[in-house]
Design a protein around this ligand. Structure first.
Ligand code: N01
Length: 535
């Protein structure tokens, strides 16, 4: 089998892979090839096309690339909370505008990636029977890609339609006249449940953990907003970079300086405003101050009690963990959906699933006859897609071996023993705690700095040290431990996957993180070692 040689190989063509291809090819002049298992660009946005899928953060126009004023000027965002189809259309436009598709091979699964110490090259093999080599391997494999499917006894015997929200079919799914079960109430479940309920004959939601969800208050963008962000783009972009990914001012109010009544009025105002404002704009310390967090938690629980008419159902929907320490969800009528006659809720903590039959779900107390099963059960997040790829580094050490009980890496992007390999949105990077498209731009800039350095100085390889990995791990934990996040079982902690190591998977201070990347690049790549070129 012949091997085609490139300067860099990229795996994935979602937000990060597309940007990396553009930057490395068009700004650095490298010969680059990207691979994607999907039939088109989009990554997460290609796969997650379940009904109701929308960006679950403040979106238009900030959940988008920031680097090109032309792109900002020519792309029309229409709603405040962008839909999946609009994000996908935007990414298709981006790929088209920068002529990226000619360098992406679709429908191609990378089956193996090996570092050859003699040549200092990465070699990949694909399920299409090809191989390719390059000095640099960029893993843009997605933080939310590997679907988590529950293994309840008999689930394979269920003979009705069955879909995972993260692998939704491209053909329309018809819920009409069907008894549908949704398992899972994370962002995907909470976004899809109101949509499914509208046409299903009956919808039964199987909930393991009740969630805090805030009203998204999605609405059309008006012309003044659009011209405003276009005219001020550079300033907004700067704010995003320095304010944790979003350009919003966050309030520096201290809760203790307000009476309980005043605080309640502020929560109410922010609830009415919708989006994530209740979390970021009420008082300093919502996710670190236990007392303040308890008060906001109770405020949201009271909202749920107000919205949901049946008190028994409302009670089941009340979350009891610290507010915002699982991914905060933005919904469009989620709690209201439980006021419909065709929707019922099963609390799996009281009435757990025992097994499936070909046409029903058996819980401890009941049998639920269903025609369709929707698994909104999430992902083996952040580390899962890298482990799926399972690259082999020095001495043939596989990533699965290296990450057997901890996802050791440096700066969320480099791994000791895996020279010239870079991750975008890897464990320990800000990922979902920052705006992912801007995060991809900034991480790629750092990767480009590393590549420049290696090439300009005629070196063969750059590699993180194990000491740097240990220090990085300590840094991530120190930041997380100052908050309430580690106290909650969430996918941020790896707690959603049985047997997964418990480790906080993100850097909570995105702006500080990107300053750190710049610092490392400016100070002789502290924490990395270099190897002279072998040939
Ligand atoms: O997945 P999740 P998701 N039996 O892990 C439950 C991003 N996102 O796909 O909480 C029964 O959040 C699980 O229960 P529990 C976003 O960052 C973005 O919804 O673990 N239930 C939970 O309720 C988000 O955070 C967008 O107890 C089981 C649910 O399934 C991330 O993706 C849209 C179970 C999984 O929730 C993941 O969201 C959607 C089992 N065996 C998502 N296993 C956009 O921006 C799991 N659950 C468009």
């Amino acid at each position: 089998m012949s091997t085609t040689h490139y300067d860099a190989l990229i795996i994935g063509s979602g937000f990060s892979g597309l940007y990396a291809l553009h930057h490395l090819r068009d700004r650095m002049g490298l010969k680059v090839r990207a691979f994607d298992a999907a039939a088109g660009v989009g990554g997460t946005w290609w796969y997650n096309r379940y009904p109701g899928a929308r960006v679950d953060a403040p979106s238009s126009p900030f959940y988008a690339y920031t680097f090109s004023q032309d792109l900002v000027d020519e792309w029309e965002w229409t709603e405040t909370q962008t839909s999946q189809s609009a994000v996908l259309a935007y990414l298709e436009h981006f790929a088209d505008r920068f002529d990226l598709e000619k360098d992406i091979q679709f429908n191609t699964w990378v089956t193996d990636a090996n570092f050859d110490e003699a040549t200092q090259l990465w070699r990949i093999d694909t399920d299409q029977g090809q191989s390719a080599s390059a000095q640099f391997l960029i893993c843009a494999v997605g933080a939310l890609f590997v679907a988590n499917k529950p293994d309840y006894p008999g689930i394979e015997d269920f003979s009705g339609e069955c879909y995972h929200t993260g692998r939704w079919p491209h053909e329309p799914v018809n819920f009409q006249g069907k008894r549908v079960a949704v398992i899972g109430t994370g962002s995907s479940g909470i976004q899809s449940i109101p949509e499914i309920a509208r046409s299903a004959e009956h919808l039964t939601v199987f909930q393991r953990t009740p969630q805090y969800s805030l009203p998204a208050r999605n609405r059309p963008l008006n012309a003044d907003e659009v011209s405003g962000y276009r005219e001020n783009w550079e300033a907004l972009r700067g704010s995003m970079r320095h304010r944790g990914g979003w350009p919003f001012k966050t309030n520096r109010r201290r809760a203790a300086e307000y009476t309980a009544q005043q605080r309640h009025a502020i929560y109410e105002e922010l609830w009415q405003e919708g989006g994530i404002h209740l979390s970021i704009n009420s008082f300093v310390g919502v996710v670190s101050d236990e007392e303040l967090n308890a008060e906001v938690s109770e405020f949201v629980r009271n909202k749920i009690r107000e919205i949901v008419q049946d008190p028994v159902t409302a009670e089941k929907l009340l979350p009891d963990y610290h507010f915002a320490t699982k991914r905060l969800i933005l919904d469009n009528g989620y709690f209201e959906t439980y006021n419909r006659d065709n929707v019922s809720l099963v609390d799996l903590r009281k009435d757990p699933i025992k097994a499936f039959t070909s046409s029903s779900i058996l819980t401890q107390d009941d049998e639920h006859d269903i025609d369709m099963l929707v698994l909104a059960t999430g992902f083996d997040a952040v580390s899962g897609s890298m482990l799926n790829l399972n690259p082999k580094g020095r001495d043939g050490l596989s990533l699965q071996q290296k990450w057997d009980n901890r996802f050791d890496n440096y700066l969320g992007t480099a791994i000791a023993g895996f020279p010239n390999l870079f991750m975008i949105h890897g464990p320990g990077a800000p990922g979902v705690f920052f705006t992912m498209p801007l995060g991809a731009e900034l991480t790629t800039k750092f990767i480009a700095d590393c590549i420049h350095h290696v090439r300009d100085t005629g070196l063969g390889a750059i590699e993180a040290t194990t000491n740097a990995e240990t220090g990085w791990d300590d840094e991530i934990n120190a930041i997380a431990d100052r908050t309430l996040y580690p106290q909650t079982n969430s996918w941020y902690m790896g707690a959603n996957i049985p047997g997964k190591p418990r480790q906080f998977l993100g850097h909570l201070r995105g702006s500080q993180y990107f300053d750190r990347l710049n610092d490392v690049a400016e100070h002789d790549f502290e924490g990395f070692v270099f190897e002279p070129a072998r040939s």
